[in-house]
Design a protein around this ligand. Structure first.
Ligand code: PSU
Ligand code: MN
Length: 304
């Protein structure tokens, strides 16, 4: 038996068949500094509600999988220091030993599937790191997209990654990568990456229909929807590039590896851009929450 607790809101939504959008918690614990992390998590939930769906923020608290967090749970998670960053490999172990953990994209997809939730909003997925040809650092998020049937809305893969290699791996794994409303793959903090997105769709209904079609065909895995950050909030890639280069150099010098890489880079880029990267990150997550809710509403109108 999986120890699972649904929040009252999520329980009600499940009973009435209201659309639900899953939200991850690693972005809260490892992706943004307190108190902006908690404030953002609340705003993201409000954005999902304003667009007709119920938010379900996912985390492991004292060995229970929580689908939907209370105000207090969200606040204490946002302030906690020793929370594990959970992915596919360590999710079950954390539950089994009664631990606390924040879910990455991979772990949130697993939880969403267990809870019957088809759509999930995040900031940016993990991908193939620069230098992966020697470090072998490829996020488990990519493999999860290949096997778990959840549509993930992100603003692209983070620009700290090797985006061409990330696209290649997604293609190999058979993951549909859809750009919303433009031909180019967005690059998290900026709208353009210089890379063509494999697929383009212009409205949430098309994305929902493709999700259902994959299920009808018995294809495992989900879809990656890349939603460009709003133009008013983006940081042009050439403006950001020096900060990314410096953060990457420091990570290498200090021997940062494995799970620590992404949180380290995000924190350093936040410092090097004097907080600008965080403002953009917040704007893009809100934008993704909005789109994810619309996709969930469309799915709710379609036969299962
Ligand atoms: N999106 C953000 N900030 C984050 C993340 C996503 O805006 O911190 C997290 C997600 O949880 C994602 C993780 O799964 O970064 C990727 O970590 P890694 O590169 O170690 O797989
Ligand atoms: Mn990694």
């Amino acid at each position: 038996m999986i120890p699972i607790t649904f929040s009252p809101d999520v329980e009600t939504a499940r009973a009435s068949g209201t659309p639900i959008v899953a939200l991850e918690s690693t972005i809260i614990t490892h992706g943004m500094p307190w108190p902006r992390n908690v404030e953002t998590a609340r705003r993201v939930e409000a954005e999902v509600r304003a667009n007709g769906a119920t938010p379900a923020t996912i985390a492991v608290l004292a060995g229970r999988l929580h689908v939907g967090l209370s105000e207090d749970e969200l606040e204490s998670l946002g302030q906690a220091r020793d929370v594990a960053k959970l992915s596919r490999a360590d999710f079950a172990a954390c539950l089994a030993r009664g631990g606390n953990g924040a879910t990455t994209v991979a772990a949130t997809m697993i939880a969403a599937r267990l809870a019957g939730v088809e759509v999930f909003a995040t900031g940016g997925i993990g991908g193939v790191h620069r230098g992966a040809e020697t470090s072998f650092d490829i996020s488990a998020d990519l493999h999860e997209l290949a096997q778990t049937p959840v549509t993930v809305v992100a603003a692209g893969a983070k620009a700290i990654l090797d985006l061409p290699k990330t696209l290649e791996v997604l293609e190999t794994l058979g993951v549909p990568v859809i750009a919303l409303g433009q031909d180019e793959l967005p690059a998290f903090w900026s709208r353009s990456s210089g890379l063509k997105a494999p697929l383009r769709m212009d409205d949430p209904a098309q994305i929902a229909a493709a999700h259902r079609m994959r299920a009808s065909m018995g294809l495992p895995g989900g879809q990656l929807v890349t939603n460009p950050i709003p133009a008013a909030d983006e940081i042009a890639s050439d403006v950001l590039a020096p900060s990314i280069r410096q953060a990457l150099r420091e990570a290498e010098e200090r021997g940062i590896a494995a799970k620590a890489v992404t949180p380290f880079l995000l924190q350093r880029i936040f410092e090097l851009t004097e907080g600008r990267s965080l403002e953009a990150n917040i704007a893009l997550v809100l934008n993704n929450a909005r789109l994810a809710a619309r996709i969930a509403v469309e799915l709710g109108r379609m036969p299962a």
